[in-house]
Design a protein around this ligand. Structure first.
Ligand SMILES: Nc1nc2c(ncn2[C@@H]2O[C@H](COP(=O)(O)OP(=O)(O)OP(=O)(O)O)[C@@H](O)[C@H]2O)c(=O)[nH]1
Length: 767
């Protein structure tokens, strides 16, 4: 048994199956196995429970599980060696009791240290030296939470027992498994208790004492069933068989203790606790242990199972397992404390130290400003250490906006998508003015291409604004923890950054405006990549010929209904006519425009343009154009306005009235072959030139944004900070600390101290 006055312990025969080993001759203290390790763990447990983070580190503990009234509390009491737990035939344990046994000094000369006492976490500072009072407090605290009507709760009661007579073990007494609800218990009481038990025993660091009464069906033990769920390979389960004294006469638990019925890697221990009658008669634990010893002695069936019988053997077994267990988990524990230490040190560093002197404040301010601008730079450059691996951020987002949004969007734009043939025709006719043109003027092309170039301004400015927004986001990311300490400085930094970003946006936008204006201002038809007039005419003619061929073929097909099904042939013909635009119609309306004309045009253009890329000399002067209303051919003027128009004046006295020209004049629907060609040429030229400009803009707009906005801010931010914020007369105002930071710093320091202490304990005691 654990309660071992030195004299009594010495009287026991070393190696006796029912006694703890006697004190080591080398020391007056009990040389408990693993003594150096278990106090350390208890200490750590203390430390972490103080920090309120016991769940952070899984410390080894022993949980007692079993069905109701199986004898769990009795086993715990016997291990502790004192009567202090509520026991009885009815439900007693209704809240988990976390019981930490702490071995105090055994030196006999130090009388005060021989005292035993208990302390509850919920009654801080009070020592319970009367163990009867401890039992009452457990009952009272249970009732405070749950009333008296048998309800259960998972809220822990934490109790420490200090004694020179205990092994250093932390034990958890859990409510017993019950099947039938009574009193305030809910209908699903069994499931609830099982879930609660599992939350304790599922942890790899928990050693399970599976208590089964020998007078029940051991093969169907609830405790062993639960243990098997949490610990399927049985590596941390000890089977405890209680009530061996009240088994059916003629039966014994030998087979169970040997593990022949349900094997367990850590084996079984059989025990005999006090019965209810003993409790009522206030039989002492010491007497109970004496009785237990004599019981096993009197039963020859258990004689050669001495190491599996009796509470002292259970204590030894537990202690050995705990030592091995703790040794195995300590390195991990140490590593975790190390990680927590690093995190806390970082946090503490972020709160900074309090500085009073002007120079100290200046250095601090400079440091914060430098860190901020460096942070900004590193996020933009993609060199930030805390860069996300799950999404694009910082500079990568800028690149995405340029390439995947801006460049791609421009590529998807068709420069002619908002220009139909009428628009182009109107532009051409407007450009010829009142005269009949000899050559196709460049004016409509330039006019239309400028219109298309102007469309590039809005997306380019939008791109700049997107990048600006990104930079604002990046600036928020640069706020260090340290900066959060100083709300005033933080606000000022935000203001400076925001205005500096705006200042950078403005020249970028101006530059973009200039770029577009430049492109619009001079249409460089000599650009080597420009298709050029001759090529455009040639291509347009080819298109025309192709369309014509298709149309005539389809008309023939239509006239031969037998060759194609009627519907299909009709559809093809209509399609072909549509694609050939109004060519066939105009062939009838304008017989003068023959197929020879385009050829002529080609020849003329190629001979007259020579190596020039311009378009002025594409069309020959002999070509005719339709008038603005399109209803009559417009020939080169052949007579003067003074010439009589029809009959001689004297033949009619009535004056000739002209009809008023309409307020809005539109190009007529009828379209000559020449016009169709001009439209096609204009389209080709437009596309070709627009392509050149688009590429320029795709290249130069990102460059302008990078130069005037991104890189400028990146390079100059620190200088701007110094110019605007680093003022000696502003030091104190800017570095006024937030109130809660002082509190956080203090708390952080405290936790750090406790963790450092824990780490030190591990370093000095772990070997
Ligand atoms: N004869 C005999 N009685 C025992 C033994 N162990 C426990 N008892 C009795 O069984 C009853 C229940 O014991 P407890 O220790 O309260 O059992 P428990 O499992 O903690 O009960 P709950 O916490 O209510 O689930 C008490 O009356 C004990 O005196 C034993 O080994 N022999």
């Amino acid at each position: 048994m654990l309660q071992l006055p030195a004299t009594e312990a010495a009287a026991w025969v070393p190696g006796s199956p029912f006694r703890l080993p006697p004190p080591s001759p080398a020391s007056s203290d009990f040389p408990f196995l693993g003594e150096a390790v278990i106090p350390l763990v208890n200490k750590l447990q203390d430390i972490f429970s103080q920090l309120g983070s016991s769940s952070n580190i899984d410390l080894p503990q022993v949980a007692v599980v079993g069905s109701q009234s199986s004898g769990k509390s009795s086993v715990l009491e016997a291990l502790v060696g004192r009567d202090f737990l509520p026991r009885g035939s009815d439900i007693c344990t209704r809240r988990p009791l976390v019981l930490q046994l702490v071995q105090t000094s055994r030196r006999p000369e130090d009388r005060t240290e021989l005292l035993e006492w208990g302390e509850f976490l919920h009654v801080p500072g009070r020592r319970f030296t009367d163990f009867g009072a401890i039992r009452k407090e457990i009952q009272a605290e249970t009732d405070r939470e749950l009333g008296t009507n048998k309800g259960i709760s998972e809220k822990q009661i934490r109790l420490k027992i200090f004694s020179p007579n205990v092994l250093n073990i932390t034990l958890v007494d859990l409510p017993g498994i019950t099947k039938v609800p009574v009193g305030d218990q809910p209908t699903d009481i069994e499931a609830r208790i099982r879930t609660m038990i599992l939350t304790y025993i599922k942890h790899e660091t928990c050693i399970i004492l599976a208590v089964s009464p020998a007078n029940a069906d051991l093969a169907n033990s609830d405790a062993l069933q639960m243990a098997r769920i949490a610990d399927p390979d049985g590596s941390r389960t000890i089977g405890v068989i209680t009530k061996l004294d009240i088994m059916d006469r003629g039966t014994d638990a030998r087979n169970f203790l040997l593990g022949n019925v349900i094997p367990l890697r850590l084996g079984y221990i059989g025990v005999v606790n006090r019965c209810q009658e003993d409790i009522i008669a206030k039989k002492s634990i010491r007497d109970a242990l004496t009785y237990e010893e004599s019981f096993f002695r009197s039963k020859p069936v258990y004689h050669n199972l001495a190491d599996r019988c009796g509470i002292p053997q259970l204590a030894i077994r537990l202690n050995t397992i705990l030592v091995q267990h703790i040794k195995a988990i300590l390195p991990d524990l140490k590593a975790r404390i190390g990680i927590q230490l690093v995190t806390l040190q970082k946090e503490l560093a972020s709160y900074g130290e309090i500085t009073e002197s002007k120079s100290g404040l200046g250095a601090l301010l400079l440091n914060i400003l430098t860190k901020y601008s460096q942070g900004f730079q590193s996020v933009v450059d993609g060199k930030n250490e805390e860069m996300s691996t799950t999404e694009l951020s910082g500079g990568a987002r800028i690149h995405y906006i340029f390439q995947s949004i801006f460049v791609r969007s421009l590529e998807e734009v068709d420069p002619c998508d908002d220009l139909n043939n009428d628009d182009i025709r109107t532009a051409i006719q407007n450009a010829t003015g009142p005269k009949n043109v000899l050559f196709v003027p460049e004016v409509p092309f330039e006019l239309l291409v400028r219109r298309q170039i102007a469309r590039l301004l809005e997306p380019s400015l939008q791109c700049a604004r997107f990048i600006y927004d990104e930079l604002v986001k990046i600036s928020h990311r640069c706020e260090t923890l340290e900066l959060q300490r100083f709300p005033h400085l933080r606000r000022r930094i935000e203001e400076v950054v925001a205005s500096f970003l705006r200042e950078g946006l403005s020249p970028a936008e101006t530059m973009i405006g200039h770029l577009i204006e430049m492109e619009m201002d001079y249409i460089n038809t000599s650009h080597p990549a420009f298709i050029g007039g001759s090529k455009a005419v040639e291509m347009a003619l080819n298109q025309q010929r192709h369309a014509k061929t298709l149309a005539s073929k389809d008309v023939q097909d239509l006239e031969r209904p037998s060759s194609l099904p009627e519907k299909q042939a009709k559809a093809r013909a209509i399609l072909a006519r549509t694609s050939a635009a109004s060519l066939t119609a105009h062939e009838q309306a304008a017989p003068r425009v023959s197929a020879a004309a385009p050829e002529k045009a080609t020849t003329s253009s190629s001979s007259s343009s020579g190596s020039s890329w311009g378009i002025s000399s594409i069309f020959s002067s002999s070509e005719v154009r339709q008038s603005a209303n399109g209803s009559s051919k417009e020939h080169v003027p052949a007579r003067s306005y003074a010439e009589p128009v029809q009959a001689p004046l004297e033949s009619s006295f009535s004056s000739i009235q002209l009809r008023e020209p309409p307020a809005t004049l539109r190009a007529s629907d009828a379209q000559g072959e020449q016009e169709t060609l001009e439209i096609a040429v204009t389209r080709l030229l437009l596309k070709s030139y627009y392509d050149i400009v688009r590429k320029n803009i795709q290249d130069l707009v990102p460059k302008a944004i990078m130069h005037f906005l991104v890189n400028h801010v990146k390079r100059e931010l620190h200088t701007v900070f110094i110019r605007k914020l680093y003022r000696e007369n502003l030091f104190e105002e800017m570095l006024q600390e937030k109130e809660d930071i002082a509190v956080k710093r203090k708390r952080c320091k405290e936790i750090l101290r406790v963790l450092q202490q824990a780490a030190w304990e591990l370093d000095t005691n772990f070997y």
